[in-house]
Design a protein around this ligand. Structure first.
Ligand code: GLV
Ligand code: MN
Length: 197
């Protein structure tokens, strides 16, 4: 989904003082093989949070060699019962492969149809760009998958914190009417229990 590159590569200079769409390029003489290498997905993420999941992102900010190349990967770890809550990637489709465990993966179309599958190691699923989707660990132990995106910066809109933990808050009248819940549901319930990290 990203624009085509205009050169072989453009290793991101994360500290540049100018601001462009993506990141400016590190000067060519400074580029090393290490700029095309990233080991940040080799470690298991910490899943001790309310959702029991952890997303480790190899996007262009984490892995500057991806800048302008239109792709990135996430590692998602699940504790038993862990949920990657409903979310959207505004700038990419996603295809994932399960490495370990058993996951229920699903997305909902703009016509309100749920498509879902239970996946085990080696099996893949695809999430069309911009659609709400989730993954739930339905196996006995931990689970792990890798998700590839056709953007260097797919972005993530996690619906629970987006709606209930924004700064400033969305007015209660909006949330109570939208979700048909009472004021308590908004102020005393969900937000206090939810600590994403
Ligand atoms: C999974 O859906 C992810 O976005 O990492
Ligand atoms: Mn996703």
């Amino acid at each position: 989904a990203d624009p085509d590159p205009l050169q072989d590569f453009c290793v991101a200079d994360l500290n540049a003082s100018i601001s462009v769409n993506g990141f400016p390029c590190k000067p060519l003489p400074k580029v090393k093989s290490d700029d095309f290498f990233f080991n940040g997905l080799s470690k298991e993420g910490n899943t001790t949070n309310v959702f029991g999941t952890n997303v480790t992102s190899a996007d262009a900010r984490a892995f500057p060699g991806l800048n302008t190349l239109g792709l990135s990967i996430n590692r998602v770890d699940f504790a038993p019962g862990g949920l990657n809550p409903p979310h959207i990637h505004p700038r990419a489709s996603e295809t994932s492969v399960v490495i370990e465990g058993k996951l229920l993966a699903g997305f909902v179309t703009t016509g309100n149809v749920l498509h879902s599958k239970v996946l085990k190691a080696g099996e893949m699923f695809v999430i069309p760009r911009g659609l709400v989707h989730f993954q739930l660990n339905v196996g006995k132990g931990k689970a792990l998958f890798l998700a590839a995106f056709n953007s260097q910066n797919p972005g993530i809109v996690l619906l629970p914190p987006t709606l209930f933990l924004s700064t400033p808050s969305i007015p209660n009248d909006v949330l109570t009417k939208a979700f048909q819940i009472d004021e308590k549901g908004v102020t005393n319930g969900f937000p206090l229990r939810l600590k994403v990290e």
